[in-house]
Design a protein around this ligand. Sequence first.
Ligand SMILES: [Zn+2]
Length: 108
Amino acid sequence: MANQSKQAKRLREQARRNQLIRYQSGEPCGNGHVAERYVKTNTCVECLRQWRLNNPTKIANYAKEWQSANRAHLREYHRKWRNDNKERWSALLQKSYKTRRAKKQAKQ
Ligand SMILES: [Zn+2]
């Protein structure tokens, strides 16, 4: 990774103090993107976006691993969400019911 200028370092530090997730360094990354960077890792947003596009299986595997390691957390999170979003949840259920029924009828 190319060394950042004092200016870019100062902008990152400022963003960290303001508890921002991303900041604009104004300088190109190693791959020449002049894009925002993540404050925590200093990763270029554009590089990460391209990496994600090129590695869909890795993303899916990370997600699966995380989900199986955090089952209890997810169960609680979804329970709370359903409780806080009763109308949206019942709309989703209805939609899913209708889709399934339509598929079933299409098969017959
Ligand atoms: Zn980049």
